[in-house]
Structures are given as C-alpha cells and as structure tokens.
Design a protein around this ligand. Structure first.
Ligand code: 5AD
Length: 333
C-alpha cells in the first residue's frame, strides 16, 4: 500500500499511542506475511575507518583528528569472514569509510576470494564510486550494495555535506548500482539536523521511486568533535513510525533494526522488529576495529550486536516470537 501525503502527515504528527500501536502491529503483520517470524542476519565487517569525505554528521569524517584510524589487512578481513561463516552467517557486509587505499583492484581481489571460498552473499557498503568500479565489483562477485541517500531534500543534503558532494551524485550512484543488477539498499538518518516531517515525506517518496531491495534507516546520533556534536539525536518514536510506513509500502524489502536505534534506547532492537524490521547486522570485525569504527557516540559493538552473541541473539528473539534465519536472504520480487 502507498500512503497519501495527508495520511503520512497524520501519522508523522500523531501522538495517539493507540493509533500508533495499531500502525506498528499492521507493519509487523505485513513483515510476517512475507518473512514469517524469521529475522535475517548479516555479518558486518568494518574494514576501515579512513575516509576521504567530510560528511558533517559522521564520526569518522576526514576532518575529525581524534579518531584512531585503522584499516584491516586482507587476511584480517578473510579471518573475520571465516569466523562469521563458521557462526552460520551467509551474508558478509563489507562496510567502511571511503578509503582510497582500497583500490578497485584490491576490492575486486577481496570479493573474488570471498566468493570463491564461501557460499555466501556479498554486500558492499563503501560509498560513492564510478560506474566502472561498481561494474568491476559486480563482475568479481558482489551481490548487493548499501548506499543511503541520507536525505531526499537537496538543500538539507547540502547542509549536511561539504560542497563536493550532492544528492544528485548520490542518486546517480544508486541508479548505476541498480542498472548493474545489484540488490540495492538505500535509506536515511531520522532526525539529522535540519530534517523535518516534510523532508521525511520526501524520503518516503524517493524510496518509492528507487524501489530498493533493502532500506536502512536509523536515528541520527551526535558525534563529538563534529559540527553537530550538540544537536539532539533522532527519536525512537519517529524512527518507529518511519519503519512502519516503509514496511507497509515495501512488504518485501529487507529492513534492518539498526544498531543506532539500539544505541538510543535499551530495547531498540526489539522495538525496531516490532515496527516491521526483519534484519539484524551483528558486528564480526576484530575487537580493535569495532572500538574505532564510531560513526556516532556510544555505538554498541558487543554482546548481541556481535558475532559472539549469535546464540544469545536467537534466544532473545524467541522471547518475543521471532527467530534467526541463517540462509542468505536475497530479495525476492
Ligand atoms: N548518526 C547516525 N547515523 C550515522 N551515519 C553516519 N553518521 C551517523 C550519525 N552521526 C550513518 C549514515 C551512513 C551510515 C553508514 O551511517 O547514514 O550512510
């Protein structure tokens, strides 16, 4: 179903708890109709926090001098993938800053290695590159790509990024990825500075146009020593409303209950699932990497957020009627 603008405003401004509970229930029923009570897991390998970009909100942007920078070696990436595979993961997500050390050739080699040695899906989350680079990665065996549009309002986009970036450039990359046959994920931050209900409505409509396989959306959380360090975080309520709307509009999309949501509230992971999310991305990076991959302050990277917590995670999900699904979890039209 698609909501009218009027209905979207009604939901996004609504404070009536009963109405909202009904909305969340509808969203999780919709998720169950496609995915039953299964929650897909993705092994998140954070391979580098070097970044050539200066996104004003981001805790690993190039201008933040207090970040302890790291980059995993190929062997460290392979070893993280090996442990993840042993733990039952069948999707590897290679996520990192836009690190120029990783040339197209190096990435292609890593992708081919993983593809050759594991029966698993490979998802990339490494920012904007050229059509040719994306094609090389696809040819090397990559299946999916995550690239959030961050906000669909181009003026707000400009206020969140230095002048060398634009919404247009992001969208070109997203459409390049689609044209190459990737399963594409996009999404935005809820409550980033300058965003508002009208900009969220634009996000919802842009996501209709992109028609993505995956939708990643979590609250903005301030990061110290960035220009937005004193801005308030996005809220649980707004994130839940948007998750539910997107689930209802995209019954088959793979939608994570994000670490960011679980960082702003204790039971955020559960509340995300109960609003229609159906994916969790535990961290499988080596511990030293997890500690420095801080896109925002207070980011969780242990326990149920990590590889060592998979069994516990399953127990946790079962408490409210869900369970882990260990297969690849491709998008099915
Ligand atoms: N708060 C929440 N999410 C953030 N991201 C980057 N910085 C922050 C922050 N301060 C998100 C962006 C990016 C994804 C990898 O992490 O949406 O696309």
């Amino acid at each position: 179903m698609l909501f009218s603008d009027k209905e979207l405003r009604e939901i996004l401004f609504c404070e009536d708890e009963k109405f909202l509970e009904e909305l969340y229930e509808k969203a999780r029923e919709t998720s169950k109709a496609t995915f039953s009570n299964k929650i897909y897991i993705r092994a998140l390998i954070e391979f580098s926090n070097y970044c050539k970009e200066g996104c004003y909100y981001c805790g690993i942007n190039r201008n933040k001098s207090s970040v302890h920078r790291f980059r995993l070696t190929k062997e460290e990436i392979y070893s993280a993938a090996e442990s993840a595979y042993e733990a039952g993961f069948r999707t590897f997500v290679l996520q990192g800053g836009e690190d120029t050390h990783f040339t197209d050739e190096i990435f292609s080699e890593i992708i081919s290695h993983l593809k050759k040695n594991y029966d698993a899906a490979i998802t990339l989350s490494l920012g904007v590159r050229s059509y040719e680079s994306y094609k090389m990665f696809k040819d090397a065996g990559a299946d999916r790509f995550l690239l959030r549009h961050e906000t669909a309002d181009s003026d707000i986009f400009q206020k969140l990024h230095p002048a060398d970036q634009s919404l247009e450039r992001r969208l070109k990359a997203i459409y390049d990825l689609k044209a190459l046959g990737y399963q594409v994920g996009t999404g935005f931050m809820v409550g980033a500075p300058f965003t508002n209900i009208e900009s969220f409505i634009k996000d919802i409509k842009l996501i209709r146009e992109i028609d993505p396989a995956m939708i990643g959306m979590g609250p903005f959380i301030p990061s110290k020593e960035t220009r937005f360090e004193s801005c308030p975080a996005g809220t649980l309520e707004m994130t839940r409303k948007l998750l539910a709307i997107l689930r209802l509009e995209h019954p088959k999309a793979l939608i994570p209950s994000t670490t960011a949501l679980n960082t702003i509230v204790e039971n955020g992971r559960k509340l995300g699932i109960l609003s229609g999310a159906n994916v969790i991305m535990p961290n499988v990076s080596p511990k030293f990497a997890r500690e420095s991959y801080n896109l925002y302050d207070g980011k969780k990277s242990s326990g149920l957020e990590a590889i060592e917590g998979v069994r516990e995670l399953n127990e946790y999900l079962k408490e409210f009627g869900y369970e882990i699904e260990f297969t690849r979890g491709d998008y099915n039209v």
